[in-house]
Design a binder for this molecule. Structure first.
Ligand SMILES: [Zn+2]
Ligand SMILES: [Zn+2]
Length: 121
């Protein structure tokens, strides 16, 4: 065995363990797998379900589901994006963190700020 095996804390529960291929302990890995399967099955049957619906069905935190979505695993498994609220206006979106409208507004605001900071000619 190599001598440089490192001790790390499990990403989920903080358990100290020897670093293996993953950064979660076997117990949390199994739970994540279970959650992943549950969420995947649910979303395949209910495309466009909201984060709340998914988390209620999988009886876990919304944060957990969000992390799962952000990891891209669901997408790779052929599941469409989950409906979740735009962080600015709360309208339902399926991709990213803000909706197209808010993205546009943000861009315009940034442009305006840039224009404002330009020296007068
Ligand atoms: Zn753990
Ligand atoms: Zn928005």
């Amino acid at each position: 065995m190599s001598q440089d095996s490192k001790l790390i804390a499990c990403r989920v529960c903080g358990l100290i363990m020897v670093r293996l291929a993953r950064d979660v302990c076997p117990k949390c890995f199994q739970e994540e797998e279970l959650l992943f399967q549950k969420v995947k099955t649910f979303l395949k049957a209910n495309p466009g379900a909201t984060l709340e619906e998914v988390s209620r069905h999988a009886s876990c935190d919304v944060d957990h589901v969000e992390a799962l979505i952000r990891s891209g695993r669901l997408e790779r498994a052929g599941v469409k994006r989950v409906a979740h609220p735009c962080q600015l206006c709360q309208s339902t979106i399926f991709d990213g963190v803000v909706c197209g409208e808010c993205k546009k507004t943000l861009k315009e605001q940034v442009k305006m700020l840039k224009d404002l900071s330009k020296p007068d000619k």
